[in-house]
Design a protein around this ligand. Structure first.
Ligand SMILES: C[S@@+](CC[C@H](N)C(=O)[O-])C[C@H]1O[C@@H](n2cnc3c(N)ncnc32)[C@H](O)[C@@H]1O
Length: 321
């Protein structure tokens, strides 16, 4: 028997080591549109300028998948912000050997298994659809009190626990303990050494109740408690909790904002229109992808953007107002 977070961690390690079905089981924003990575690259360049344009800056990404986001971002900044491109030292946090290989085909970088291994210094960090892959814990309110969910033989088992708080019977509370610890570590580093982090992921702006654990295989829902490693397991990111953890560690936080609004403020639609004009044969699919990223009924509302930053930095691009 394993506690749910231990089961999820084991399943994720197996999944990303053996299958890593990016594009087959699920699709992410950078795989849909090159404008996504380009706009985030410009966000990083503007942030670097606001940091006083340090001669050396750690440019890090958590869970870079196929390396598409960073490759698009790098191409954009080489063109419009060569000073930042020259100062940036790319560090990728990736545990999957399969995906490290894919990233190495596109990027010259240093690789790390954990955020804590990134060398010190001012940092600009990106994390797209990384936090949703981190293990969560789940608590269920029963008449006798709260019970924590463990996993045995593909089923949940509920065990007594120390969770507290009032809620109607049957309520489910999730706790992204690992995600909060990481947000705290990022916040502490930014407060100490300078820089900013941009987290893009799916989940609510406010903490709430409900079971959001899900599994995808071949772009269709699968059983989250099925054989570990065969499907991609994720859960909603609790952005309010991440922001609290970042602030408690000394960082300033900005957002969360709906991702659609954030991307529009960064100029994603204008950039997509430019790309469509340059490639008329693909114009329909380029504009449809951009629309899916920003539209409320697509990814524009459920996905959020949250920034953690050194408290001395101005409000990061896209978060004003
Ligand atoms: C859903 S994919 C997102 C990929 C990419 N960011 C994108 O938007 O296309 C999750 C990524 O995080 C990596 N990953 C998952 N759990 C991890 C962990 N605990 N430590 C380091 N990397 C992890 C995966 O190998 C993969 O690269």
């Amino acid at each position: 028997m394993e506690r749910l977070d231990a089961f999820m961690a084991r399943a994720a390690a197996l999944y990303y080591a053996q299958r890593a079905g990016l594009g087959r089981d699920f699709t992410t924003a950078p795989e849909m549109s090159q404008a996504f990575g380009e706009c985030l690259g410009l966000w990083c360049a503007v942030t670097w300028q606001a940091m006083g344009a340090p001669a050396r800056v750690v440019w890090a990404e958590l869970g870079p998948g196929r390396g598409t986001l960073m490759a698009d971002a790098l191409r954009a900044v080489r063109e419009v912000a060569p000073g930042f491109a020259a100062a940036a030292e790319i560090h990728l946090v990736e545990t999957s050997p399969l995906l490290r290989e894919a990233q190495a085909r596109r990027l010259a970088a240093a690789w790390h298994a954990r955020f804590e291994e990134i060398p010190p210094g001012p940092m600009i960090l990106l994390a797209n659809e990384f936090f949703d892959a981190l293990p969560i814990r789940q608590f269920v309110r029963r008449v006798e009190g709260w019970r924590e969910r463990w996993v045995e033989g593909g089923r949940f088992v509920e065990l007594p626990c120390a969770h507290a708080g009032e809620a109607p019977e049957g309520s489910i509370r999730e706790w992204g303990e690992a995600a909060e610890a990481l947000a705290g570590a990022i916040g502490a580093r930014l407060a100490r050494e300078g820089g900013a982090a941009l987290v893009l992921d799916y989940g609510p702006a406010e903490s709430g109740f409900g079971d959001t654990l899900q599994a995808l295989r071949d772009n269709a829902p699968a059983d989250p408690l099925g054989p570990p490693g065969e499907a991609d397991l994720t859960a909603h990111v609790d952005f309010a909790a991440l922001a609290r953890a970042g602030r408690a560690a000394g960082a300033a936080t900005h957002g969360p904002l709906p991702m659609g609004l954030f991307l529009q403020r960064l100029g994603l639609m204008a950039r997509s229109a430019m790309l469509a004009r340059a490639a008329p044969a693909q114009a329909g699919s380029i504009l449809a992808a951009a629309q899916r990223l920003v539209a409320a009924e697509g990814m524009g509302r459920l996905f959020k953007a949250l920034a953690l930053a050194h408290p001395g930095l101005p409000i990061p691009a896209g978060f004003e107002g």
